[in-house]
Every structure is written in structure tokens, then in C-alpha cells.
Write a protein that binds this ligand. Structure first.
Ligand code: GLU
Length: 315
């Protein structure tokens, strides 16, 4: 009962807090650098910012460009990981580690030192192994992941941006190198090209902040999506996935992100970041200008301001 009253009190403060955040991050919008290693991503107007907070009962607060679609990129790794983890359970960790990498997300050197076993599922090599697991188990792997995303967002129209996909394929030499390298160690079962199509495909999906916050609600609710009652992971697996987001979800500045924001979150080079507060809410921000580690500059600040102003975090 006390919890309920506290949650209702918190909700009442959110509209004003979002308004303040939007004002405070405005000077940062022009300071980040839009990702340009894929030309298609470099064309996005960086003067945009959106934010959505969704409570477990579906109550929603939003501000800015919260309904504008963007490329979710690495955030999609959370959804493919969910499916692979549900499938292989603890056996998943025979093929992947669970330690932060401390190296760039597409590093080859670390992979060589560790015999083709990626440090964690959120660096590119790890996510490519996950894509391989899905490819190995499902007849139509990419659509299996897409259908999952459509289900957890409740957005049947969710789709891949074909221009981004083409761009990823044209410029994906390093990811191809990672995949071939892991195949040489026997850690990729299917054909590299097929696996990369799945990986690039799920990275090229577009969502808006509302979709993302909706999708992350199962992670805030011990694996059960509160809006459809379906279980996607058990409570222990959800704890593990959230722990991985906290330690490995924001490239090699996960320590700094945990320090400043205090929430498990996953970022993507499209400028999105999604996170959760267990038992309470999910939160998604988007602003395309990135900091030097590849996380949205204004988005990270917005999340830091959110946990500071509300006084809630996981710590
Ligand atoms: N598809 C991107 C890549 O593999 C993901 C980048 C990201 O958001 O980290 O390079």
C-alpha cells in the first residue's frame, strides 16, 4: 500500500521533471557527433530529443520527439539475447562470456586473445554469436526476432529500414571479419553470410521511444510483460540480463554510465538508450548526437538528470 502511494506520488512529479530535463539538455544537442561509420546514420538531424517513461501499469509520460522513429542498432541485441537465453538457458554461456570488455565494441584483438569466445553478448562479436544461435534454431530467424519485437512493443508495423540495412551490409567488413574469425574457432555454426544478414537485419529495425519503453517493460517486471502477461524470461534470467546491461550495455563507458545514471541500460549508435528500474518502470531516450564512446550525449545526460531529480535508481 505504501509502495502504491509512493508510486502515485512519483508519477505526479514526472511531467515537470521531463520538462526541466528537456530544457537542461538543449545546449548538448549540438555537441555530440552523429554516427557516420554507416553513411545512412550520418544523415539524421541531430537537433532532436525524445524521452518516454512507462510505469508497469502502462501509465506513460513523454516529451520531445518521443514518437519519431530511429535506428535502434545495438539496442536490438537485448531482444535477440532474450530469445537465445530463453532457448539455451545457462548453456548459452558455453559460447559467450559475461564480463565487460573494456575495449571498443568491435574489437578483434580481444577475440583473438580469448580464442574466439566473445567477452559478452553486447559487443558485436557476442551479438553475432547470438544471431548464429537464432539462425541455427529457427527456420526464419530474422522474422523470429522481428515478430518478438512486434509483440513486446505491441507495434505490428515495426520494420527494418532497408536503406540502413544496405548501408550496414556495404560497410560491415569489420563485423564480417569478427564472424569469420569466430567461425575459424567453431563458434559460428551457420554460414557467415546468413548470420550477418540476421545480425544486420535486427540492428536496422526502427522504433520510437514509446515503442522502446514499452518493449523494455518485461525487463522491469522479472521477465513478464505487464501489458500482456506473457513470460519471456524467468526472474533469474531477467536478473542476469539486467546485470549484463548494467556492466556491458553502454560500450566501454558502462562504468561511467552506472556511476552517473545508476540504471541498467542499453544504448545504440542510432542515439537511443533504453533502461529500467526493476519493479517500477522503463525509460527510453533518443538524441542522435553521440559522445566519444558511442552513447547518446544528451540521452545519457537526460537519464542522469532523471535519476537525480526523482531520487530513484537501482542503488
Ligand atoms: N549494427 C551496428 C554494428 O554492428 C551496431 C552498432 C551499435 O549500435 O553498436 O556496427
Amino acid at each position: 500500500m505504501d509502495d502504491l502511494i509512493a508510486t502515485e506520488k512519483l508519477k505526479a512529479t514526472i511531467p515537470e521533471i521531463l520538462e526541466e530535463i528537456q530544457k537542461e539538455i538543449a545546449p548538448l544537442l549540438s555537441m555530440g557527433q552523429v554516427a557516420n561509420y554507416i553513411p545512412e546514420l550520418g544523415d539524421v538531424d541531430q537537433n532532436q530529443f525524445g524521452m518516454v517513461v512507462r510505469f508497469l501499469d502502462g501509465t506513460t509520460f513523454e516529451t520531445g520527439n518521443s514518437q519519431t522513429n530511429f535506428s535502434i542498432q545495438s539496442i536490438s541485441k537485448v531482444f535477440s539475447l532474450t530469445q537465445a537465453f530463453a532457448l539455451l538457458k545457462e548453456n548459452l554461456w558455453n559460447r559467450l562470456g559475461k564480463e565487460p570488455s573494456g575495449n571498443p565494441f568491435n574489437s578483434l584483438i580481444q577475440l583473438e586473445n580469448e580464442n574466439g569466445k566473445p567477452r559478452n553478448p553486447f559487443i558485436n562479436a557476442g551479438a553475432i554469436v547470438i544471431a548464429d544461435i537464432i539462425t541455427h534454431h529457427f527456420e526464419d530467424p530474422l522474422n523470429t526476432i522481428l515478430d518478438f519485437m512486434r509483440e513486446v512493443t505491441f507495434n505490428k508495423k515495426l520494420t527494418i529500414n532497408m536503406n540502413v540495412l544496405q548501408s550496414e551490409k556495404n560497410y560491415g567488413h569489420r563485423n564480417a571479419a569478427l564472424a569469420h574469425f569466430m567461425k575459424s574457432y567453431g563458434n559460428i555454426y551457420s554460414e557467415v553470410e546468413e548470420v550477418l544478414d540476421v545480425y544486420f537485419g535486427h540492428c536496422s529495425v526502427e522504433m520510437n521511444c514509446f515503442d522502446l519503453a514499452t518493449a523494455f517493460l518485461y525487463l522491469a517486471n522479472h521477465g513478464v510483460h505487464p501489458l500482456n502477461g506473457k513470460t519471456y524470461l524467468n526472474a533469474s534470467q531477467t536478473k542476469r540480463l539486467n546485470a549484463l546491461m548494467l556492466t556491458c550495455g553502454t560500450y566501454d563507458s558502462a562504468g561511467e554510465f552506472a556511476f552517473k545514471v545508476g540504471l541498467p541500460g542499453k544504448s545504440g549508435v542510432g542515439g537511443g538508450i533504453a533502461g529500467i528500474i526493476p519493479g517500477l518502470l522503463s525509460i527510453a531516450v533518443w538524441s542522435p548526437g553521440l559522445d566519444k564512446c558511442g552513447n547518446s550525449l544528451a540521452g545519457t545526460k537526460a537519464l542522469e538528470l532523471f535519476t537525480t531529480k526523482t531520487g530513484i535508481s537501482i542503488f
